[in-house]
Design a protein around this ligand. Sequence first.
Ligand code: HEC
Ligand code: HEC
Ligand code: HEC
Length: 399
Amino acid sequence: MNKKLYNSKRIIILKWILVTITIWSLPAQKQVKGYKIYKEYCSVCHGDEGRGDGFAAKFLDPKPRDFTSGKYKIRSTISLPTDDDINRVITRGIPGTLMPAFKQDLDEQEINSLVAHVKELDITNTFKGKTPTAISFPEPPPETDELLTMGETLYVDNCVACHGSYGQGDGLRSNSLIDDWKDPIRPYDLTGPADRMKGGSNVEEIYQTIYVGMGAAMPAFEKGLSPDQYWALAYYVLSLAESDEDSDDWGEESSETVEGDSDIGKDLVMGVKPFENGGPPCMGCHSVMGEKAITSGGGPWGPDLTIAHQKFKEYGLSIFLETIPFPTMGPLYHPRPLTEEERGHVLAFLISMQQPDEVQVVTAKVLSHYTLTILIGLLGVVLLTLTGLIAGKKNMEFK
Ligand code: HEC
Ligand code: HEC
Ligand code: HEC
């Protein structure tokens, strides 16, 4: 009897151990998931450990972010970004750079686990125990001539040294600026298309950018100016931009026309028309809308190119075709670059394919290690309960 009692006690203890392990592993699940997605989508540029040294990094300017230093450029705070800030960067990408928008590839939950993972990569532990909060500012006043004139005066006093008299990013100090990672960086050309600002291009986002700055090279004006002065500057900055539309989604492309013929582009991509310098046809490795190349079979190596434009935007893709930053493609195309004309045609084709509503993006879902642990744990509990019941019954029978 004693022995039997001991047996069932042991089973109960075992059960509790399993339950505890299962519950304990729940929070870790998010991180492991983040790591897997990170490896798949981010490592090529940001590096496995987040040092900004992925394979493609050497082809990129600006360089991919080094996440180990805890320094960020796109923030709604003076020092550390909020989770929302990081989430937004991953979702919408960074215009004018090769940081892609991932809103088509990843869902909300996956992006959140990436936010957690990216913060984990900070070896200086800057985030530890801190919950950064966004700066708050009043509602924007309506744009008036008075505000614009005030903005111009403030611009001349505070910004010309770097951004230049006409805002073209060619001020006296423009050639000697260094960012937080000691790389040279040029001031933004304020006369370019408005929707290419990294921190966002509506008047509130520009207010925020001037208030919090953008790393070592672009100072934070913080409390140095009054809210009115910020609005004046923000409206003035917007007035310098090429397009006068406020865009609250910087992922939207301005409707500039690309010089290139999408039909010729299609022939080049498909391999119907060879590339002048002998580069292989894209469909040798890629598919488009799930279709593989007619001639070479192709397709399975590279990602489907249907949403490439949504992901990298027109500007990102044009840099991409010029630099070919990916490990598999680089060695093939660096010695055999596409000509400028060919790049135009291929770009026109990639853009012509965009049909956001119809395209279904299939993301590989991985059953994470920890999901497995949990399943095995639960299964164990069920089994032990059953064993316990059976043993109990047997005991009764023996009696
Ligand atoms: C094709 C290259 C490339 C890939 C792939 C890429 N990034 Fe980036 N990323 C960049 C570049 C370049 C920058 C820096 C832009 C700059 O400094 O203006 C950057 C910057 C960032 C930033 C910093 C924003 C800030 O405020 O400083 C975050 C966060 C980020 N990337 C997250 C990710 C995540 C997460 C993934 C994977 C889902 C990813 N990136 C994939 C190129 C890439
Ligand atoms: C010491 C030099 C310097 C001064 C002074 C300066 N900037 Fe900048 N600014 C920069 C640099 C460098 C960048 C590019 C930062 C980057 O891309 O990492 C930039 C970027 C910007 C951007 C674009 C940010 C984006 O979202 O891409 C805006 C807007 C801007 N500055 C406005 C201003 C205004 C307005 C003033 C004056 C109140 C000002 N700057 C003063 C150096 C300066
Ligand atoms: C030898 C095979 C190969 C060829 C040929 C090739 N690619 Fe790729 N491409 C890849 C692979 C593999 C990737 C994924 C990144 C990596 O691992 O290098 C990729 C990535 C890409 C991406 C990024 C897609 C994304 O969703 O992240 C684009 C865009 C792209 N290729 C366009 C092209 C174009 C345009 C051509 C023709 C000029 C081309 N590729 C030719 C193999 C190839």
